[in-house]
Design a protein. Structure first.
Length: 171
């Protein structure tokens, strides 16, 4: 037990959980304000200009930190593709404000632990480590990891994710 690596240790070697679905070559979405279909033609670009509520919103993934993470990009893209631009913007903004080191440690927990082990650590480590405003965004990461069958997560684990406690009562 003494030689186990602490999952919150910055010096712990990283591994990859990125068996993500490939990015499409272009993304179609519906602009409800203008009532017309729109297209993001260069999805490989790190800046996506999206029409929302009568203006253009730039999802800029060039910024260093959590928002540049491929999993975050893919989650935001899922909401844009499903015409939920406001939801995608909400999560983009939340991810943009999560400390990158804490996010990396969160991803390590997601990768290294089985869903049942992760559930045991959720209340002890996640709820106390992250502010309430980020908990919902982190749950979205789990939701999509389960949907995409990344690491130990499977679509059947989405019920477990929904049953995770919301917020620590001490906050």
């Amino acid at each position: 037990m003494g030689n186990q690596l602490d999952l919150w240790d910055e010096n712990r070697p990283t591994t990859s959980i990125l068996s993500l679905p490939p990015l499409p070559s272009l993304v179609r979405y519906y602009d409800q304000f203008a009532q017309k279909d729109r297209v993001i033609r260069d999805i490989s670009s790190c800046v996506w200009a999206v029409h929302h509520s009568g203006s253009i919103v730039n999802f800029d993934f060039r910024k260093a930190g959590t928002v540049s993470d491929p999993v975050v990009m893919r989650v935001v893209l899922e909401y844009i593709q499903s015409d939920q631009i406001a939801t995608g913007l909400k999560y983009y903004s939340s991810f943009n404000n999560i400390d990158f080191g804490d996010f990396v440690r969160f991803k390590r927990l997601c990768e290294d632990l089985s869903p049942s082990e992760f559930m045991g650590r959720w209340s002890l480590e996640i709820l106390d480590k992250f502010p309430q405003r980020h908990i919902q965004s982190l749950r979205q990461i789990l939701h999509w990891m389960a949907k995409w069958s990344i690491a130990h997560w499977r679509p059947s684990d989405r019920d477990l994710i929904r049953s995770l406690p919301g917020f620590s009562s001490s906050k």
